[in-house]
Write a protein that binds this ligand. Structure first.
Ligand code: ATP
Ligand code: MG
Length: 440
């Protein structure tokens, strides 16, 4: 038997409600802030990620799915979303429209990692990018939207870690201070960090090795090496967060150790998850668009890991399910044929309708109707089919009433025309009231 690949998972119906809830929430919240969805390809030239993420990172160094296609080109399955979105922004000249571009995306990402809870080889992110603004308000807008999404989904124990990595010249100063600090500890650092001492000492700060972390605790802090202007940007960001009542803590070890990451870096964690606690990571990347061949463009963005978010939601609530409004049972040749026609008409009038296809006895069909979660069951036998009526049974009370199919359809259509987004749940309630009136 063929097995799914290691580090991949099937998202089955019993879980997919969480995914749909996240997607709907993201769409709603980002829609209100006028972000537009962008869909970029899942594979790109390898070079894009090497330049866009940086050769010195774990992602590029050891996690990419890179292969030659039949034309001998080196291609890579996207390990993250930003590089592709920025490439699309440049190749489609979105910058020529002037002003800011607010974009969001969602989809699968690929990294060759050791699979564990909340860490897979094919995983999913939802992310956003705000391109064309250097305002501290832009940084805070994107952070606020991330917290909105997570809080709307019901997460409570959120922690926002934030830092500034300054600009190129701030980092040049800081690098020197950092090297002189770490130099005496060189032999005690983990191997990767020893190598970074000459290349990219900032990244020693986010080493996951406990001993290195301990040494890094007392390292000089980057915010003490920021220019007046960079410091002002950071202070404004913090002030705006406070104004919005968003709690944060400054984490001096939080860095995005690449030349084109600038100023704000942040992560949102949840302590409900244990080891893999980071659900959202982001920051400002004023140098990236230029680095990838576009015009100098300031930008800021984040990505949320959806698997980790689903794990959190599973602790908080049951799988959101889509129960049908109505369940149709039928018995007899004419009635069965009519049941399909009625189901289709009710569906096009906006109701969700599950049709029992079994042809089994009514008793068995009623049992399935009960399990379906529908509000009401429509019963079609020979007599009903003949009279173009239906026997409507409210599943909660067991109460039944006969109703003309035409009346049921007319009411459903009328209700549908009044339906507005988000009121779907009350549709059947409205129908209930209407049908009750009919009886009087
Ligand atoms: P980590 O330190 O956990 O490896 P990262 O710094 O590599 O995270 P980012 O590149 O910032 O992660 O990606 C943003 C988010 O995507 C992470 O916070 C996490 O929620 C999620 N994520 C990253 N890698 C994976 C993976 N292999 N499987 C599932 N989710 C992931
Ligand atoms: Mg990682």
């Amino acid at each position: 038997m063929i097995q799914a690949l290691r580090g991949t998972r099937d998202i089955l119906p019993e879980e997919v409600g969480y995914w749909q809830l996240i997607e709907a929430t993201v769409k709603e919240i980002l829609g209100r802030a006028v972000y537009q969805e962008i869909r970029a390809p899942i594979f790109e030239q390898t070079d894009l990620f090497e330049r866009g993420i940086g050769e010195a990172t774990d992602v590029v160094g050891k996690e990419m799915y890179t292969f030659k296609d039949r034309g001998d080109r080196s291609l890579t399955l996207r390990p993250e979303g930003t590089a592709g979105v920025v490439r699309a922004y440049i190749s489609n000249k979105l910058h020529a429209q002037g002003g800011v571009q607010r974009l969001w995306y969602t989809g699968p990402m690929f990294r060759y990692e050791r699979p564990q809870a909340g860490r897979q080889r094919q995983f999913h992110q939802v992310g956003l990018e705000l391109l064309g603004s250097d305002a501290p308000r832009a940084d805070v807008e994107v952070i606020a939207l991330a917290t909105d999404i997570l809080q709307t989904l019901g997460l409570k124990n959120l922690e926002l870690d934030i830092n500034s990595v300054g600009d190129n010249s701030d980092r040049a100063n800081y690098r020197e201070a950092l090297v002189s600090y770490f130099e005496p500890y060189k032999d005690d650092l983990d191997r990767d960090s020893q190598a970074r001492l000459t290349g990219n000492p900032l990244r020693i700060l986010d080493s996951k090795d406990p001993q290195t972390q301990k040494i890094a605790q007392n390292a000089p802090k980057i915010i003490e090496h920021l220019s007046t202007e960079s410091k002002k940007h950071f202070d404004t960001v913090l002030q705006l967060l406070t104004d919005l009542n968003i709690k944060y803590q400054i984490n001096h070890c939080l860095v995005r150790g690449l030349d084109y990451y600038t100023h704000t870096a942040f992560e949102i964690k949840s302590d409900d998850l244990g080891a893999q606690a980071t659900v959202c990571g982001g920051g400002r990347y004023d140098g990236l668009v230029g680095e990838l061949g576009g015009p100098q463009t300031q930008a800021v963005g984040w990505a949320i890991g959806m698997e980790r978010l689903v794990l959190l939601l599973q602790k908080l609530r049951s799988n959101p399910v889509n129960n049908p409004d109505l369940y149709i049972v039928s018995r007899g040749e004419v009635a069965e044929a009519q049941s399909l026609i009625l189901a289709q008409k009710l569906r096009s009038a906006g109701l969700s309708v599950e049709l029992d296809l079994s042809g089994s006895g009514l008793g068995k069909q009623f049992k399935r109707a009960d399990r379906s979660g529908a509000v009401a069951c429509l019963v079609l036998g020979d007599a009903e089919a003949e009279n173009q009526t239906v026997n409507l049974k409210w599943l909660a009370s067991g109460e039944q009433q006969a109703i003309a199919q035409a009346d049921l359809l007319a009411m459903s259509r009328e209700l549908e025309s009044k339906e507005t987004f988000g009121q779907k749940a009350s549709l059947t309630d409205l129908l209930k009231t209407k049908i009750a009136k009919l009886k009087d």
